[in-house]
Design a protein around this ligand. Sequence first.
Ligand SMILES: Nc1ncnc2c1ncn2[C@@H]1O[C@H](COP(=O)(O)OP(=O)(O)OP(=O)(O)O)[C@@H](O)[C@H]1O
Ligand SMILES: [Mg+2]
Ligand SMILES: [Zn+2]
Length: 519
Amino acid sequence: MPLAKSYAISLIGLNGSLVEVEADISSNLPGFVIVGLPDASLSEATARVRAATVNSSLPLPNRKLTVNLSPAAIPKFGSSFDLAIAIAALRAAGTIKNQERFLYVGELGLDGSVRPVRGVLPSVLSATHLGFEKVMVPQANFAEASLVGDIEVVGVDSLSEAVARLAAGSSQRRIQVQPSHTLTDSAGESQESSLAKDVADIYGQPFAIEALKIAAAGGHHMLMIGSPGVGKTMMAERLPGLLPDLAIECALETTALHSISASRNRIGSQLVVRPPFEAPHHSASSAAMIGGGKGVPTPGLVSLAHNGVLFLDEAPEFQLPALESLRQAIESGEVTIARSAGIARFPARFQLVLAANPCPCGFAMSKKASCRCTPMARQRYLTRLSGPLLDRIDIRLRITEVNSAQVELDRKNPNRADSARLRAQIARAREAGAARNRIFGFELNAQAPTSALRAIYADKVALTATLDRALRAGQINLRGYDRCLRVALTIADLAGREVEASDIAQAMILRGEDQLGAA
Ligand SMILES: Nc1ncnc2c1ncn2[C@@H]1O[C@H](COP(=O)(O)OP(=O)(O)OP(=O)(O)O)[C@@H](O)[C@H]1O
Ligand SMILES: [Mg+2]
Ligand SMILES: [Zn+2]
């Protein structure tokens, strides 16, 4: 009997490896086995494929069917191999004669339907890297697969449709229409909501809005400290609305991460073009933060927030392991997760925003109420954040209550800043910064390596005099020194000129060295 083949992909993290599916029908006793390191759910493919072929009136011969997934060393899991296995089996049975080279992704229902699966976008991206020109995917994943662009995508609703498409050959290429439901799915709504929250809703607080603008323009991490009700949460929620749309490569990367996440039901979704905003509850575990999963690595919140904002409201209330787990992601811009299925590396370049009350009762900075905490409790509260994590925050802001006169004044001010205008200004500043930074191999000022800062400031010794003094006096450490240099670059980019001494002074104020110790 003939040896038949098809192709599938094994996805570990965002990385897909090619899996060759070989099917052989021999005259031994009837049976169906899959060999080549399948996991439990993949082994169940035998039952699904058997039932789906029968119910599609495409029965397999009642003989011994052996399916080999190679290379055997690559772990394989899940149900997305079903379609490829069925096609290989039907080729072995002689039902399919067409030998077109497709990569197949899809789960089979017992009734012969082709069901959507997770991770279609990274699978199709991998397929293009592996040199495939055609993929066949569940119709429900068609829109997601089509985001890739460089590859012919065929969407099918059932196994019989897949077989009909192959029987018709490539001349009968079916014209696909993007299903309309993908335009109004949940991702679309959340993308709009990041723009719905406008800084124009914030009255008073010009200093805080300026800080948000600088954070957005340079990608700087930020901490806001203030009494309950001063608007910390409100401001953090308005940061994503200040960020420009994602560039196409970033958008694909973020969409791919959301596509493989178990916590996001993004099947059939559209491209994530707005920077994501993740705001976990303070009970979140470190596994939820950095990712994990049983057997198969799945991305955590730091990766879902990739190219966007990770907001920890009431940050000192988070569990210490969860806070600590952020450090590695912040430093390297990615997380590595090892599970039995393999080692996955997930990108995790996010902008961290922390909000905190100044003390457990919250009123240590308030003019309206007095603090009931012991000096000890007050001191201990913020130190939960201190040390290495706090040290990586460029902007530390104290937010105080606005008074009613300021609110009145702002209500009547027709020229108040709004997010759309700031976003345009921020986009210009980012372009100006990137034009300078690209020579050194990075884009956002917050990502500037020390060597690049030395080079950029090499001819500006006079500017850094204040910082040098602070360094000598031990008021600031070298990391703090560099962070001020980074923020100063952003302030200059927003102003559309070279760095001046006042930018460094403003950066030092934004870093709040005096308020939280020299860390
Ligand atoms: N500057 C402001 N302009 C307009 N509204 C404001 C301002 N500050 C606070 N508010 C209003 O007060 C509400 C409470 O603000 P928010 O929840 O952001 O405070 P918070 O600092 O996060 O408080 P908590 O520490 O209790 O979480 C907001 O929903 C908003 O309506
Ligand atoms: Mg709040
Ligand atoms: Zn207190």
